[in-house]
Write a protein of this length. Sequence first.
Length: 214
Amino acid sequence: MPRYVRRQAASLGVLAAVVAASVLVGPDPLLDTARRVADRPALFAGLLVGAYLVRPLFAWPTSLVAVLVGYGFGPVVGFPVALAGTTASALAPFLLARYVGEGSGLVARLGASGERFFSATGDLRGMVVSRLLPAPSDPVSATAGLSGVSTGAFVVGTAVGEIPWTVAAVLAGSSLERLSVAGASAVGWELLTAGVAVALALLAGPAYRAASAR
């Protein structure tokens, strides 16, 4: 069996596990535990580390854990902690996609589309734009991995592009008196609009160059 076939089979197994875990395990147990240990900094920090490690497995949004960080640590300490955690947790789907590498069918088409996008924008700009857009974090990470984005550009672009979402989530968490799924997932339309506007501005140059080349 060719190596890329084995890798694709392994990745499909991981994807199936993620789908099953996301259906069977919601974020409520995490929020309940966070409420109980919020006044015990060491336990709360350990909970956050575990949450960031398993977040891709359960397909939890990055903002969910960032809200927890703000809830427990406040905005000043919480922002750098949440940004570091968000960036680190995004590496799992990115590295898995890089491991899968070459493929066929949908994987090949996804990788080819991503390569064209990052070829036009550059790896760093493309990652910043991808994070500013209101798209699910893990599919963006996987696409970047399939597209051959460098690890450095992925990490820096993710950190920069996630800044507004992380700030909003941490501030929201720091203002909560009680954790809930609704409170941990709300994002205002103003922030969504601003993120899209900045992303489109960053794409203006590459789009103009592509149009001129034609």
